[in-house]
Design a protein around this ligand. Structure first.
Ligand code: HAM
Length: 423
């Protein structure tokens, strides 16, 4: 046993789970391209201030979950707890606003949150994140929601539905928050301590409290849908009209407020059946104020993010078949010191021709063939003393076990031919 173990809430992804990751990454990238998104990669760490402002001081993420530290230059740094703030920073900093809008960007990569680990919840996890920047149109909300939907549909998740709400805008939300706070003040003695605190710091968050004692107060709370201004109400009903037209099942959930402060208007999650407690597989929404908040021009935007670990956990549990990763088709076996020199030359010649090849590293032919089996090689090229003397190579077909000899000069062309025109 090593003296070291991985930090709590992190995972090692061994070679045997890599086919799942490759499969999911490929589906995600294909889908994003089909929808017209371009990839952007931003740093894994940013200044702490970016997330404190962007995600919001009073959110759980900023209050309790960020991996923040001073680097050796004394600069406050945070490992990204989400993509959006970094993508917006990059949008502003690189002058992307001069490009025709909307700008559609996606990212895949690790995210860090110091949460209490449990099934499907990690401290280092991976997100697929997509943003449409530069349009107020509800069509952008729709496109983001359809992208989220299609991702899970393509991965064969069943029982999908949207949870949907509008969180209003700076015009109508304060009026709603006043009504909510007034309602809570008449029930002050019945709510949990956390909600007492939320009322001061971030009142909307009382709506997703899980404590039993708060449930009757939430059930009787005013609904934001009844307080939306004309602009927000119009936006929401246009979006609902599109979802109706496409027959996508959705539930209006007036308790859905989500844990990041930047949302305006639409917020949504996709829920899937049969995945246990973590029913929400992804979430997102519109954030029309964030770009200006971070120093850019007033620019509306909408996006979502999906956790990849949860996807892969479900695929493993349901034994969803995924294609194996390609392996080099050729392994060179060699018998005796003299043949090894020729084996190394053959290795170089095959690689020069662009053929994937490995060389055996043990002495006995038996263990070399075992290595070929494990490596899933299609052919083993055997170079023994006899072959060397005759200028030949023995080719063993690993699937059938049959063998034939081919001249040393002709072997590279023969393998190339087989790979181009499989029998
Ligand atoms: P979020 O809801 O905080 O949104 O995270 C999105 C998704 O990341 C979740 O639905 C879940 O699949 C996954 N996730 C979150 N925390 C964990 C965890 N501890 N372990 C494993 N998976 C997790 C955002 O991050 C927003 N930035 C989404 C967005 C983009 N909104 C607009 N644009």
């Amino acid at each position: 046993m090593s003296d070291y173990s991985r930090p709590k809430g992190t995972q090692d992804f061994l070679p045997e789970v890599q086919p799942y990751w490759e499969y999911v990454r490929t589906i995600v990238a294909d889908l994003a391209r089909e929808y017209g998104f371009e990839r952007i990669d931003t740093p894994i760490f940013e200044t702490t201030e970016l997330f404190a402002r962007g995600v919001g001081d009073a959110t759980d993420i900023v209050e309790k979950e960020m991996y923040s530290f001073e680097d050796r230059g004394g600069n406050p740094i945070t490992l990204r707890p989400e993509f959006t703030a970094g993508v917006v920073r990059a949008y502003i900093e690189n002058g992307l606003r001069v490009q025709p809008k909307p700008i559609k960007l996606y990212s895949i990569g690790p995210i860090f949150r110091h949460e209490q680990p449990q099934a499907g919840r990690f401290r280092q996890f991976h997100q697929f994140n997509a943003e449409i920047i530069g349009t107020p149109s509800p069509l952008a909300d729709l496109e983001i929601m359809l992208l989220a939907w299609d991702l899970y549909d393509r991965l064969q998740f069943r029982g999908l539905s949207f949870q949907l709400n509008s969180t209003g805008c700076p015009t109508c939300r304060p009026r709603y928050v006043d009504a909510l706070v007034a309602h809570y003040h008449t029930h002050q003695d019945r709510i949990c301590e956390d909600c007492q605190r939320r009322l001061q710091r971030n009142p909307l968050r009382v709506l997703d409290c899980k404590q039993a004692q708060c449930q009757p107060v939430i059930a009787a709370a005013p609904k934001i849908s009844e307080h939306l201004c004309d602009d927000c109400a119009g936006h929401f009903s246009e979006l609902l009209g599109y979802l109706d037209a496409l027959g996508k099942p959705f539930t209006l959930n007036h308790r859905l407020v989500r844990g990041l402060d930047y949302y305006t208007k639409t917020v949504f999650e996709v829920w899937a059946e049969g995945i246990g407690a973590q029913a929400a597989v992804c979430g997102g929404g519109r954030y029309d104020g964030l770009i200006a908040l971070l120093g850019g021009p007033e620019t509306p935007a909408v996006g979502f993010a999906a956790g990849l670990e949860r996807i892969i956990m479900v695929m493993e549990a349901q034994e969803v078949p995924v294609p194996p990763l390609p392996t080099p088709p050729v392994l060179i076996a060699h018998l005796g010191a003299v043949t090894r020199l020729e084996a190394v030359r053959l290795l170089a010649a095959l690689r020069e021709a662009g053929i994937g090849v490995q060389i055996a590293m043990s002495k006995s032919l038996k263990s070399q063939l075992r290595q070929a089996d494990k490596a899933a090689a299609r052919w083993v090229l055997i170079l023994g003393g006899d072959e060397l003397a005759r200028g030949e190579v023995t080719v063993r077909d690993m699937a059938s076990g049959s063998q034939q000899t081919i001249s040393r000069e002709g072997i590279v062309a023969w393998i190339s031919e087989q790979l181009q025109h499989p029998a």
